[in-house]
Design a binder for this molecule. Structure first.
Ligand code: NAD
Length: 502
């Protein structure tokens, strides 16, 4: 009997449907290339158009559902996610590769984001402001935008979609969601949960497929009012260009090249713990991963010796094995790309301290593994310190002072996350003032964002929006200013109450 493969569908106008292309893509486990999780449709612009039309239609009634009621649906989604946390986490690890402990963290973040949305539904506040004229009332109210196009990457298969879906829906928008092609199945399960939680048909639409066909199809569709995109700066720039031409709001969360400063007064054990977690957690595939260590020359030798000791003991393997600390990269292409950067680093004169090649021993042969890699003798302007490698590669830059450390940290086109290890409160506050990033950790790793605080970056990392917390709700709502004149006569602002100059 031929093996049957599960098929996961698009979700359009409240129905689970195949793509009109009739084409399918396989979804494989990065820890075991022989393990096919299922097939998903390879959709096209026609499927996108059907989804946008369904979302436009559903918007007419969804926007009128009271926001606290919309929030309650998100609360039900939180409860279902919590019930299925273990099942979802295991699926996520099998599909994306991150170790199970982190898979659980990913799902927990989506639960937390849904719980936040439950409360946010009752707090979609505007402001009241005194009018300059008598018998006149002034206030702002929030209004949804319409259809939002949500495009997500593969590295946080539930957390990042949830950062977009829950606030967009709570604000009264309808959505067309395109998950990354490497993690379509967990995304499908998220949408099923929203359906079960009571989101009406057409409010959430899911279209699987590639970035060019489906992603750009959503971006360019005139019926889409807003694009929320998380992914590479390269694609983000192309999306911004298209949205700019069409005066479409777009919120971009893009690449990072995050650095940790380790000063001469740092708690070195703490710095080593944070560096290992920051650089090799999620196999370096976090937008906030630590990829540069900027260390003071006085403590560098000791720091590196402790680091190497620890890195050599990191166990690589499939994320579902709970003794494993570092899982695979997400696909074969990523292994090639990471190795390409390592070769460029070697050519630039950096000194390889450990790793530097794909890991293929025993069970690792089945998947896409790369050895945790550390380079020394990297200069702040070198290729290794400038390019987002998005893998388990850490570059060490040596400095002689705090000022030099801040200059090295800021010598990047990206500006997502940074950290500083120091016991000197004055240095910590100067770092808070001087770093050019959207997130700063003092005495902690560059990773560890909490869902209820703003998340995003400066420079090429984004375009000024912040997901997470209350700021996400600003992305997904328009401010409408409302004046109510109860004087019963025409009152002209700037004129009638300015009979005398000033
Ligand atoms: P990517 O840019 O290749 O893809 C992201 C998404 O965009 C995917 O769904 C993809 O299919 C789609 N896409 C690709 N080309 C497109 C196009 N031309 N038009 C529209 N959509 C398109 O990124 P990735 O490899 O999935 O993710 C890794 C990148 O994401 C890294 O650069 C990482 O730093 C970044 N990232 C940033 C954050 C953040 O919040 N700043 C978080 C996670 C990941």
């Amino acid at each position: 009997m031929p093996k049957t493969t599960s098929r996961y569908l698009n979700f359009i106008a409240g129905k689970w449907v195949e793509s009109r292309t009739g084409k399918w893509s396989e979804d494989r486990n990065p820890a075991d290339d022989g393990d096919v999780l299922g097939e998903v449709p390879r959709s096209d612009a026609g499927d996108v158009d059907a989804a946008v039309k369904a979302a436009q239609k559903a918007f007419k009634s969804w926007r009128l559902v009271p926001a606290p009621k919309r929030g309650e649906i998100m609360g039900r989604a939180a409860a279902i996610l919590r019930e299925r946390k273990e099942e979802m986490s295991k699926l996520l690890t099998r599909e994306m590769g991150k170790v199970l402990e982190e898979g659980r963290g990913d799902v927990q973040e989506s639960i937390d984001t849904a719980v936040y949305a439950l409360g946010a539904g009752t707090r979609l506040m505007g402001e009241t402001v005194p009018s300059e004229l008598p018998d006149k009332f002034a206030m702002t109210v929030r209004a949804p935008l319409g259809v939002c196009g949500l495009i997500s990457p593969w590295n946080f298969p539930t957390a990042i979609p949830s950062w977009k879906l829950f606030p967009a829906l709570t604000c009264g928008n309808t959505v067309v969601f395109k998950p990354a092609s490497d993690t379509p199945i967990v995304a499908t399960e998220m949408v099923k949960i929203l359906e079960e939680a009571g989101v009406p048909g057409g409010v959430v639409n899911l279209v699987h497929g590639g970035g060019g066909e489906v992603g750009m199809g959503i971006v360019n569709h005139p019926g889409v009012a807003l694009i929320s995109f998380t992914g590479s700066s390269e694609v983000g720039r192309a999306i911004a260009e298209s949205c700019g031409k069409n005066l479409k709001r777009c919120s971009l969360e893009l690449g990072g090249k995050n650095g940790s400063i380790v000063m001469d007064d740092a708690d070195l054990d703490l710095a080593v713990d944070g560096s290992i977690w920051g650089a090799f957690g999620t196999t370096g595939q976090r937008c906030t991963a630590t990829s540069r260590i900027i260390v003071h020359e006085k403590v560098k030798a000791e720091y590196l010796s402790r680091m190497l000791d620890r890195v050599k003991k990191l166990k690589l393997g499939p994320g579902l094995d709970e003794t494993v600390k570092v899982g695979p990269l997400v696909n074969a292409g990523r292994v090639k790309e990471v190795h390409g950067w390592v070769e460029k680093g070697l050519a630039s004169g950096a000194k390889l301290l450990c790793g530097g090649k794909p890991a293929t021993n025993g069970v690792l042969k089945k998947g896409w593994y790369y050895e945790p890699t550390i380079f020394d003798n990297v200069k702040a302007g070198d290729v290794l310190a400038q390019e987002e490698i998005f893998g388990p590669v850490l570059s060490v830059i040596t400095v002689r002072s705090f000022d030099e450390a801040i200059d090295a940290l800021n010598n990047s086109r990206y500006g997502l996350s940074a950290s500083i290890y120091t016991r000197d409160v004055n240095r910590a506050f100067r770092a808070m003032r001087d770093v050019e990033t959207g997130i700063l950790y003092v005495n902690s790793s560059t990773i560890g964002a909490e869902n209820h605080l703003p998340f995003g970056g400066m420079k090429d990392t984004g375009n000024g929006h912040r997901e997470g917390g209350w700021t996400a709700y600003d992305i997904y709502s328009e401010t409408r200013t409302v004046y109510v004149d109860y004087s019963g006569k025409l009152q002209r602002a700037q004129i009638d109450n300015r009979k005398v100059d000033g």
